[in-house]
Design a protein around this ligand. Structure first.
Ligand SMILES: [Zn+2]
Length: 313
């Protein structure tokens, strides 16, 4: 079974050949069939309708509003082409103090938090939202060359920044995170991080991959650090882009070869074993005192696949 998670399955052709042609990018920005998605402080413009289903969608604009943007806005970043070859761009308008005039160009649209909007827009649009949000965030955080400190310039429609002083090329980053459901026999492990405000939220263990580490290495290290458990077999399940700001969640199942949990209390407030029956109740929101992630998160699907016996283990 293959999964297409929220934020995965972006249908756009990212146009690698076309984006290397600066003149073409500039021309496409002004075409009648261009679709431009503005973001204000990383919030996408979303149009909601009481009558449609799904009841929200990305609110694409034509190019006229670009003329009124101050140059500090940084210009649109090319996302790619849809199946009709309409070029799509995203633009960061955070420098505009009052974004409501731009929002008004799409009747009924407002700038919304990307995470909650993603639950209400069509699945293929969540992939575009992930690409756009991660890319605009990277440009806003990487304006200066990390080698010499000179202000760098966006190239290839936003796929790269180049330093005009030392010629260093900088590429948008994606940060891999290993997320795994640890199991042994008929039990699995879930934990809660100290950062969570509710004491009932349990989820898979997870952590950023380190440099010079395979996915399997990262899974085994994170599980050891957070729970004290040793892991043998690691199997891949599926992955999910998570654009807050630019993670790639790599979902795995990990078979524990030990049973005694030692909680790292700097990072986790609790880690414990759950039976399959408890997990099935939790998936139906019927396990008292325990809440687990909903379907927007890959953790939900890792838990569910193990509970239902459909995991590749
Ligand atoms: Zn430089």
């Amino acid at each position: 079974m293959s999964y297409t998670h929220i934020f995965a399955g972006n249908p756009l052709d990212r146009g690698d050949r076309e984006r290397r042609d600066d003149e073409l990018i500039k021309r496409m920005m002004r075409q009648d069939n261009v679709r431009i998605l503005p973001f204000h402080e990383l919030m996408p413009l979303i149009r909601r309708s009481a009558r449609r289903n799904p009841h929200a969608e990305l609110a694409w604009l034509s190019h006229e509003f670009l003329d009124d943007l101050p140059p500090e806005a940084g210009g649109p970043k090319f996302l790619g082409f849809d199946e009709d070859r309409n070029p799509h761009f995203a633009v960061d308008i955070s420098v505009v103090e009052d974004p409501s005039q731009i929002a008004a160009l799409a009747p009924g649209a407002t700038f919304e938090d990307g995470r909650s909007a993603a639950a209400d827009i069509p699945g293929d649009q969540t992939g575009i939202l992930a690409q756009a949000r991660s890319n605009l965030n990277w440009h806003s955080r990487h304006r200066y060359c990390s080698a010499c400190g000179t202000e760098s310039q966006s190239q290839r429609g936003g796929h790269m920044r180049q330093c005009p002083n030392c010629d260093a090329q900088h590429f948008p980053r994606t940060d891999p995170v290993a997320i795994m459901l640890v199991y042994r026999g008929d039990r699995c492990v879930m934990g809660q991080t100290v950062a969570r405000s509710t004491t009932t939220f349990y989820s898979c263990l997870a952590g950023f991959m380190d440099q010079g580490e395979s996915i399997e290495d990262g899974v085994r290290r994170e599980v050891r650090e957070e729970s004290g458990l040793e892991v043998g077999k690691v199997t891949y399940h599926s992955s999910q882009p998570w654009p807050f700001p630019a993670s790639l969640m790599i979902g795995c199942h990990a078979e524990a070869i030990t049973e005694d949990i030692v909680v790292d209390d700097g990072e986790m407030s609790d880690v414990r074993w759950f039976t399959r029956d408890e997990v099935k109740l939790a998936l139906e929101d019927r396990l008292e005192g325990v809440n687990i992630p909903g379907p927007i998160a890959i953790a939900h699907h890792l838990i569910k696949a193990w509970a239902n016996g459909t995991a590749n283990i």
